[in-house]
Design a protein around this ligand. Structure first.
Ligand SMILES: [Zn+2]
Ligand SMILES: [Zn+2]
Length: 611
């Protein structure tokens, strides 16, 4: 947990304490910190609405003012059981009904693991922590929304009320956040995605969480893939292609089955004739691309000379997200990932890992992302052999290597202990959009365990077989999440190279010479792969411009009779207005250069000013 997450999660306890005070029959489930805030799930006969927020916030104020310490209480399983049975967990007092969800959560804690409760004032909760020192450390908070959610996200479980809130270290941060939210509403990717015709969700025929990308959305996808392919090619990656499904054996080997089965689509059973015997083969849609890439590594004899081997693929994977968890493009069931796996020898790790970081920084620049943080999740000594694969030396080695590379290259990072993946340390990349909202766009992982499970080896210089390290990386995340993010970041006003519709050529009147001149421009741009359309109709030019502006066309080229004679066009840029009359050849050259060099808007406007 980062410091901010600790603050927010602590605030969730305070909110629960306040709710329990107002409605003592409240049954709390889980209350984690999440992106931009926190929530707590509660079962309660009273339906909480935003009208209740001031009342709850007033109770919370009183609790933070009391400045009670967050006390960690270690209990035995029997003691915890008793506290839950007497209704004492997630409550201010004992009650005559058990704390049923806490009782259930207690059963999920593995045998032998330490069980802790946290007390703040009267409120006692089952929780692993950590928290801030005292309730008084929580200075600026606000409740935001209430939604419904199934317990543990499972539709077969009771439906709970999910109360969201947020907290910041100070009032200024809190106020800025709400100003930002107002702006974010206007930039909502679901709203703009529909208005701009980027994608649709056809839940009737295709299914929830499976977006259909319309031509304009697909245009953005093509550009992102082109960027990734060029960048990866220059960085020495090779591209592979793999099918969307694989046999059960693949996922039993990778360890996805049985542990990850809930997040996968259920298997398909095929009756296949193997040498006269009818056998049932189970196939799964892939939830990750890694296992397929591991089998590609295994497909040939590898030597140290082949390493590092960087296998890249825009791989499509399928995850079974609960329907209640689906959200626009941000939480979907089909994900096109900017994936690659770098197989390397331990002595190559630092160089490879650093090259990955540099690729991130290059992308941040292209997309005009000024604020980012790499969240470096490491293991914990107590978790080895339970939560984490039991390889103490490899953990230390790789964590040290990652930390050193991050420090040496002055990458902005925070280290979060005890949140690594099972197979190795993990880095989540968090970025802030133009309006200051935080998004997690990608995850990198160092993996020193799964290559071994797949028996991957390379023949080293000393003629022995060794297991490679594997770096999983996906700087552009998935198309779904990344484009959802970009829509908000740009408010739908994409830079020229990314704009679904880059140029519109608009004629003043429908004079034959003007139309011919305009058509010449369209043809030249189209031959250069520019996404261009035209309006040669008899409508007034103001109406044509207005329609193009509404469709967020990036550049409008207006031509009239005078322009034909002068061999010139008037340039208009979406949201920036008239840029003046310029020679035709110069305008076209400028457009092609801005696309080729993927200008961000600031570089573009400064250069058009100087022109
Ligand atoms: Zn807690
Ligand atoms: Zn992977």
């Amino acid at each position: 947990m980062t410091e901010l997450e600790r603050l927010r999660h602590s605030c969730a306890h305070v909110m629960a304490a306040a709710i329990a005070k107002l409605w003592p029959d409240a049954q709390f489930a889980a209350g984690p910190a999440v992106e931009n805030g926190f929530y707590y799930d509660v079962e309660l006969s009273h339906r909480i609405t935003p009208e209740d927020f001031p009342k709850i916030e007033a109770e919370m104020k009183a609790l933070t003012k009391a400045n009670a310490p967050f006390e960690r209480v270690i209990v035995s399983r029997a003691e915890a059981q008793k506290l839950a049975e007497t209704g004492r967990l997630g409550a201010n007092t004992e009650r005559n009904v058990p704390s049923k969800f806490k009782l259930n959560l207690l059963n999920d804690i593995p045998e032998g693991e330490e069980i802790s409760c946290y007390r703040s004032g009267e409120f006692l909760d089952l929780c692993a922590g950590p928290h801030v020192m005292r309730t008084g450390n929580i200075r600026a908070f606000k409740l935001t929304t209430v939604a419904s959610a199934y317990y543990k996200g499972d539709e077969r479980n009771p439906q709970l009320q999910r109360i969201y809130g947020t907290a910041f270290p100070n009032k200024t941060g809190l106020d800025a956040y709400f100003t930002m939210l107002e702006e974010a509403k206007k930039r909502d990717h679901r709203k703009l995605g529909a208005e701009m015709g980027l994608y649709v969700m056809d839940t009737e025929y295709v299914g929830p969480g499976l977006p259909l990308w319309l031509p304009k959305g697909a245009a953005i996808i093509e550009e992102l893939e082109k960027l990734a392919k060029e960048t990866e090619f220059a960085a020495g990656y090779v591209r592979v292609k793999t099918p969307h499904l694989a046999k059960e054996k693949m996922y039993l080997t990778s360890g996805h089955l049985p542990y990850y089965a809930d997040a996968m689509f259920p298997p398909m059973e095929l009756k296949e004739d193997a040498g006269g015997n009818e056998v049932v083969e189970r196939y799964y849609m892939k939830a990750m691309n890694c296992p397929h890439h591991h089998r590609i590594f295994a497909a040939e004899q590898r030597s140290y000379r082949d390493l590092p081997l960087r296998l890249a693929e825009y791989g499509c994977q399928y995850r079974y997200e609960k329907s209640g968890e689906l959200f626009g493009l941000m939480r979907v069931r089909s994900l096109n990932m900017n994936d690659a796996h770098i197989y390397c020898a331990p002595e190559q790790f630092a160089t490879e890992f650093n090259a990955v970081n540099e690729m991130y920084l290059k992308y941040f620049k292209i997309f005009g992302l000024e604020k980012y943080v790499m969240r470096f999740s490491t293991s914990s000594p107590e978790g080895l052999g339970k939560k984490y694969v039991n390889e103490p030396e490899l953990w230390k080695q790789t964590e040290d290597m990652v930390r050193e590379v991050l420090k040496a290259n002055k990458i902005n990072f925070v280290e979060v202990p005890n949140e690594a993946a099972f197979y190795g340390p993990k880095i989540d990349v968090q970025v802030w959009s133009a309006i200051g909202r935080e998004f997690t766009i990608a995850t990198n992982q160092v993996d020193f365990a799964v290559p071994k499970r797949f028996g991957l080896t390379y023949r080293d210089k000393d003629n022995t077989d060794k297991t490679p390290l594997c770096i999983h990386r996906a700087p552009l995340g998935t198309h779904e999440r990344f484009i959802g993010f970009l829509i908000e970041h740009y408010a739908g006003n994409f830079p020229l190279w990314l704009a679904p519709q880059q140029v519109s050529v608009l004629t003043i009147g429908e004079d034959a010479a003007v139309v011919e001149f305009a058509r010449g421009i369209v043809n030249e741009l189209r031959a250069a792969m520019v996404r261009v359309d035209a309006d040669y109709g008899s409508d007034k030019i103001n109406g044509k411009v207005q329609r193009a502006e509404q469709a967020k066309v990036h550049t409008m080229l207006v031509v009239g009779p005078r322009d034909v004679q002068a061999g010139a066009v008037s340039v208009r840029v979406h949201g920036k207005g008239n840029q003046g009359v310029k020679p035709r050849a110069e305008v076209i050259a400028n457009i092609l250069q801005a696309i080729r060099e993927r200008w961000t808007e600031s570089t573009q406007s400064s250069s058009s000013k100087s022109a």
